[in-house]
Design a protein. Structure first.
Length: 549
């Protein structure tokens, strides 16, 4: 029996999608936990949705309806008002929740002071997905160890507005359990919780604004389902612009024109619109800069995802570059691809305890999200809940190079990661790749330094028989200080930069800029589906008295 104020509210806003809702609900009612409620927000009073809910005959499910169809953000806000839980999560009507989700979240929240526990979901493309080579595939990044990381929200927001962090890493209510206290603070500040056009993305920014830290689990509690109904897939994957369609007009409330953007039907521009809106509303005083060149690099990186709109996307990139006086020569534009590369299948190691599963659902017997959740659960090695949960608390200050043997590493969880200002990919177990034509590294040394600093970089380069050379210009304060070349027979190397005392400001800050003259995406060479324009891989940096490992 659910109490008047349950521990958790599991909320599904839905709009006439009874076919997928049935399977999403089946993953919620099977929770290995008791103190929760399920809220189904039936947008527009759809009879088939009511029939699906009734078929479960479960007293934990509370179904609410609106007489008319509301825009997405309004429907999510209405659903939130109907939730009574102390912690709340939203899932889509084609998503799924792992059966131990509530139990694990309760364990973390009860033993720590966190107000939000978040995770990175697995992804399942339903059989009816509109891109044939993705249909009925499960993609799972598996960490064999279950632990909790402490994530600094100020650092996340800075990286987001540099377009160096994907919005999916924010503490969204769509991939987190969020405390009622956080939601109440947001409502007191803004008058409501969900804002903008994309309530999942904006909830992540709002939550980060009202938190200093949150918990991120190393293993997921949910699975994102992308079906033929998914709003983002319909709008931003289809090869036809949809901004003037009836479905778009139904789902999104019209907003005033944003003069810092162009009117263009593109996912990154759509998200940037909400980012700018919230920046003006609640982030101006935080000194967070907006890097429009980073936005252009993201747009360029995905230009081949909608091949029929390649020319339109290129025109949009050029228009936005002109608007912000950005040199197009600094944007890495991939060559047009005639077709998408097929997805590799199998299990791929990404570290000592981490793997990526790419599963063909037809071979695995998957037909819907509940099947995919059950299949993935068999490959998750959950630590026994009786064991103490490890809490990792990385330092997010700008790394300090003292000249006394300090070593900074740029692999997952290492001390150098906060120095990756912009233009770098997500860190891996060995380090990180530069992405695009510009990458910036922010270091600092002791204030008022009077002697030169010798920085020793351990690097690798993306080279291949079809792309045998990579060239890099190193700059400091806008001036060239070195030029590096990497060739096929020497893809890994150690390089030294001599930084004179005159190039270090009084506070000790060192803002290095790497210009990648010849970045290349593996997809352009036909060797993988990786669309990132890669240049150099940064492993570690030290002063010249410290041996590299």
């Amino acid at each position: 029996m659910t109490s008047a104020s349950p521990k958790f509210s599991l909320v599904i806003p839905t709009l006439r999608r009874a076919g997928t809702l049935r399977h999403a609900l089946s993953t919620l009612v099977s929770q290995d936990y008791d103190d929760f409620e399920i809220i189904v927000q039936n947008n527009g009073h759809d009879p088939e949705t009511e029939q699906v809910v009734a078929s479960f005959a479960d007293r934990k499910i509370r179904c609410f309806s609106t007489e008319t169809v509301l825009p997405m953000t309004e429907n999510w806000e209405t659903a939130l008002k109907n939730a009574r839980g102390q912690f709340i999560t939203f899932i889509g009507d084609d998503d799924g929740l792992f059966p131990d989700a509530c139990k694990i979240a309760a364990r973390v929240l009860d033993q720590t002071s966190f107000e939000v526990v978040s995770w990175l979901p697995f992804c399942y493309y339903w059989p009816q997905h509109i891109i044939p080579h993705l249909a009925n595939h499960l993609i799972a990044r598996v960490n064999d160890d279950l632990f909790v990381e402490t994530i600094d929200t100020s650092y996340q927001l800075q990286q987001l507005y540099r377009f160096a962090l994907d919005y999916s890493r924010l503490p969204m209510i769509y991939n987190s359990f969020v405390a009622r206290s956080v939601i109440d603070r947001a409502i007191r500040t803004n008058g409501r919780y969900f804002l903008g056009l994309s309530p999942d993305v904006t909830s992540g920014i709002i939550n980060a604004t009202h938190l200093t830290h949150f918990a991120r689990l190393s293993q997921p509690l949910s699975m994102t389902g992308i079906s033929q109904h998914s709003t983002g897939a319909r709008r931003f994957v289809a090869n036809e612009p949809l901004s003037s369609s009836a479905i778009y007009q139904r789902d999104f409330t019209p907003l005033a024109r944003e003069p810092r953007l162009i009117e263009f039907d593109h996912l990154q521009v759509f998200i940037a619109r909400d980012m700018l809106f919230l920046h003006d509303l609640c982030l101006r005083s935080r000194g967070i800069d907006i890097d429009f060149q980073g936005l252009l690099e993201l747009m360029a990186m995905t230009i081949n995802e909608r091949p029929k709109l390649y020319d339109d996307t290129l025109a949009g990139i050029r228009a936005l570059a002109k608007l912000h006086h950005i040199d197009m020569n600094m944007i890495s534009i991939p060559a047009r691809l005639d077709h998408a590369h097929p997805m590799s299948r199998g299990i791929f190691s990404t570290g000592p305890r981490t793997r990526v599963f790419i599963v063909d659902g037809n071979e695995a017997g998957l037909t819907h999200i509940a099947d995919a959740v059950h299949f993935a659960m068999q490959h998750l090695k959950r630590s026994p809940l009786g064991q103490l949960i490890e809490v990792q608390s990385p330092n997010f200050d700008t790394p300090l190079i003292t000249g006394g043997g300090a070593l900074l590493e740029f692999r997952t969880g290492a001390n150098g990661v906060p120095a990756l200002y912009s233009g770098w990919a997500e860190v891996e177990n060995w380090g990180t790749w530069s992405v695009g034509k510009r990458a910036r590294l922010m270091l600092r040394t002791t204030p008022d330094r009077r002697t030169p600093l010798h920085l020793k970089f351990k690097l690798r380069a993306f080279v291949h028989p079809l792309h045998p050379e990579t060239h890099v210009v190193c700059r400091l304060r806008g001036k060239e200080i070195a030029k590096w070349s990497f060739r096929l027979n020497e893809p890994q190397d150690t390089r030294i930069l001599k930084i004179s005392a005159n190039n270090i400001d009084a506070s000790g800050n060192i803002a290095l800029e790497f210009l990648l003259l010849t970045p290349c995406a593996p997809s352009q060479l036909g060797i993988s589906a990786d669309i990132r324009p890669l240049g150099i891989g940064l492993e570690c940096v030290s002063d010249d008295s410290s041996p590299l490992v």
